[in-house]
Design a protein around this ligand. Structure first.
Ligand code: GTP
Ligand code: MG
Ligand code: ZN
Length: 305
């Protein structure tokens, strides 16, 4: 049966010139059916091409062949860049306690980059079976001083994944980011029945991941809840207005909101200003200052050109 009707859908995968689109919930057409689509020419949102996570309108729908054409790209709430994923509601920065070794400066960069999308950011510590409780608690305490309450997972304890899934099912679209080999795909395989996506052990010699995941794909967890696995990747440089930098650090921004910080100057950037009331005795304050300085330099370079 061919139905030539329009429907709203969600782009779950992109390859070459093709897209997989799932028909959204609430449509009289079959929910959850996956259509192989091509896009009409000139389908953009603010001059940007269609990416995974985008909502689209499809037409020329063939139920027999499971094909359709993307006609329109709907308004995007946000765009995570490199890898490109649209309409994210929650970001999970996944890191491992060991193999690959926990690198705090790298975690900091992932967190800052994640926070710059201004959605909820959480931290997940995997491979906790490879460290003892004392070290685990030290890691947790350190991240708490950064304003995060990390979830801990390990392969030996099945329940930890079960509780994590319950949380993820409440989110509209979560994305996993983090270095290669930390176990992002392993989590997905644990929580989505019959998924069996490829994972591989970290290299024995250099204890680093092997960049196993290559594609970006959106998987359905339940009605209205999706999750995106990503390849381990390098963190792009940030280019952010220096007034917003404080929002990237929960331990600093909490001071602004919870304690109604009274700096002498209303536009205080909390660096060298007299009468600044921000508590600067925090581990990541130096990263905050670095970001302010680099965004200032960037700004003056642009003005100087
Ligand atoms: N001991 C232990 N090993 C784990 C745990 N979670 C994952 N691993 C192992 O870590 C290795 C890498 O896992 P992957 O899931 O491929 O890692 P990834 O983050 O998806 O890596 P990329 O796709 O390369 O970005 C696999 O051999 C997993 O079995 C854990 O909790 N404990
Ligand atoms: Mg992977
Ligand atoms: Zn201040």
């Amino acid at each position: 049966m061919n139905v030539d009707k329009k429907a709203k859908g969600l782009v779950t995968k992109k390859f070459n010139d093709f897209f997989y689109v799932n028909i959204s919930e609430g449509n009289q057409l079959k929910e959850g059916v996956r259509f192989l689509c091509k896009s009409r020419k000139n389908v953009y949102f603010q001059k940007q091409v269609i990416v995974v996570g985008d909502e689209v309108i499809i037409s020329e729908i063939s139920f027999k062949n499971k094909t359709a054409i993307i006609e329109t790209l709907l308004e995007r709430k946000n765009l995570f860049e490199r890898p490109s994923v649209a309409n994210i509601s929650n970001i999970y920065v996944i890191i491992s306690a060991k193999e690959p070794q926990l690198n705090f400066s790298q975690v900091n960069k992932f967190l800052i980059s994640a926070e710059s999308l201004f959605v909820k950011v959480s931290l997940v510590l995997t491979k906790c079976d490879l460290i003892n409780t004392q070290i685990k608690n030290q890691f947790i305490q350190r991240f708490e001083s950064w304003g995060y309450f990390p979830k801990t997972l390990n392969l030996l304890e099945g329940n930890s994944y079960k509780y994590f899934l319950q949380e993820l099912e409440k989110n509209k679209c979560s994305i996993f980011i983090g270095p290669s080999g930390v176990g992002k795909t392993t989590i997905l395989n644990k929580i989505i029945p019959n998924l069996n996506n490829s994972t591989s052990p970290v290299s024995r010699k250099i204890k680093r991941g092997k960049n196993t995941t290559r594609n970006i794909e959106l998987f359905s967890l339940s009605k209205n809840s999706y999750i995106v696995d990503t390849p381990g990747f390098n963190i792009p440089n940030l280019n952010i207005n220096n007034k917003l930098v404080i929002n990237l650090f929960p331990e600093l921004r909490n001071q602004l909101f919870k304690e109604s910080l009274n700096c002498k100057f209303r536009n205080c950037l909390h660096t060298h200003e007299p009468g600044c009331a921000l508590d600067k005795h925090l581990e990541r304050y130096k990263y905050y200052k670095e970001l302010i300085d680099s965004s200032k330099n960037h700004h003056s370079q642009i003005q100087g050109d």
